[in-house]
Structures are given as structure tokens and as C-alpha cells.
Design a protein around this ligand. Sequence first.
Ligand code: TYD
Length: 205
Amino acid sequence: MGRFVVFEGGEGSGKSTQARLLAQRWNAVFTFEPGGTAVGQQLRQLLLDPETGDLDARGEALLMAADRAHHVATVIRPALMRGRDVVCDRYVGSSLAYQGHARGLGFSEVQVINDFATEGLAPDLVVLLSVPEDVAAARLALAGKPDRMESAGVEFHRKVAEGYAMLAAHNPHSWVAIDGTGLIEEVEQRVKAIVESRFPPEVAQ
Ligand code: TYD
């Protein structure tokens, strides 16, 4: 099995950039959620289009889990089984922070539907990138029109950050929180140091 690393964080945390950089460095499969498959793109459209309007929280959690089930079955697990490393931009942690904590469904109920969706496939490491609210807001201001989740309001995104912090604190073996402030290269060095300590390079024989 290859190594499975996930990047998590709120909007504007820079995790997508860092996920791509690690995937390049490892020559890993890079993928993302929601929308990492053709079917997933349709679910992503539904989930993120502001035109969708309010979605029942359970419906939202199930649609995220449906995207993930198809993604795991057709992209992530087959790649890992072939021995490829996989770097994924968002995974179950996003559903726990956004739907579980910020939408108020609770971690345990959201975990249950995700265990079903993923058949229990858990990442070897989750890298959580955190930035203060003002840094995230400044980065987002450059990103154009907000999607449905980005428009959910300051309080919602505070809850997301709180949910992530709880997850990292409760899962110290699999989660690591990294300061996402500063230049891309600076954050990259922090990520690299952590990843190398978790997955030491194989000693040449
Ligand atoms: P995306 O464009 O991937 O956001 P970012 O650039 O911040 O990664 O949009 C994904 C949005 O969907 C983001 O607001 C987080 C949200 N989301 C959930 O609420 N639950 C989930 O399980 C996942 C995967 C994403």
C-alpha cells in the first residue's frame, strides 16, 4: 500500500497549494474533495453553487459522503493498492469540521456515515493548516466570487476552525497542526519537516 496523506484547513488556509507541492515532491497521485471524479464534479456543482441555496445539514453530509465513497472506490483505494502514494486535498476531516461541528450534526454521527462511505479507509497523516481569520479573509478576497460554503458567514467559519482544532487535539497520532502563515516556501518547509519526521526517507541499502 502507498502512503495516504490528507490536507485539511479552512478557506484561505493554503492547503491546496501545499497538497500539490507534496504530491509533486513525492510523485504521488494528487486528488481532492468534493469533485475528484466525473460523478463527483456533478455533486460538487450541486454542493457549492450558491444557486443551490440552503441544504438540509444531513443531506449536505450525505452528498459529501456520496462523493467520497465514489472517490475512494474508484481513485484513492485503487492507487494505494497499486503502491502509489496519494495526497488528497480534504477528506473525512472536512465533513467532521464543517458538517459535524459547524453545522452541528456532531462528530460521531458524521463519522458513522463516513466509515460506511470509505469502508474505513483512514489517512496515514492529516496535515491541518491554520491561519488567523484576517489572513484567511485577505487571501479569500483575491479569490473571486465566494461559493455556497464560503458565503456561510463568519460565525460558521469560526466553528469550522474550532472543529478542526478539536480534531487535531484529539487525534495527535494521525493529525498535525501547522502554522499556515507566511510565504508559500516557508509553509512548505514546515510541512516538509513534519512529513519527513513521520515518514523518514528509506535508508539506502
Ligand atoms: P473547495 O473549493 O475545495 O474549497 P477550498 O479551496 O477551501 O478547499 O470547496 C470545498 C468546500 O466544501 C469548502 O468550503 C469545504 C466544503 N466541504 C465540506 O463542507 N465538507 C466536506 O466533506 C468537504 C470535502 C468539503
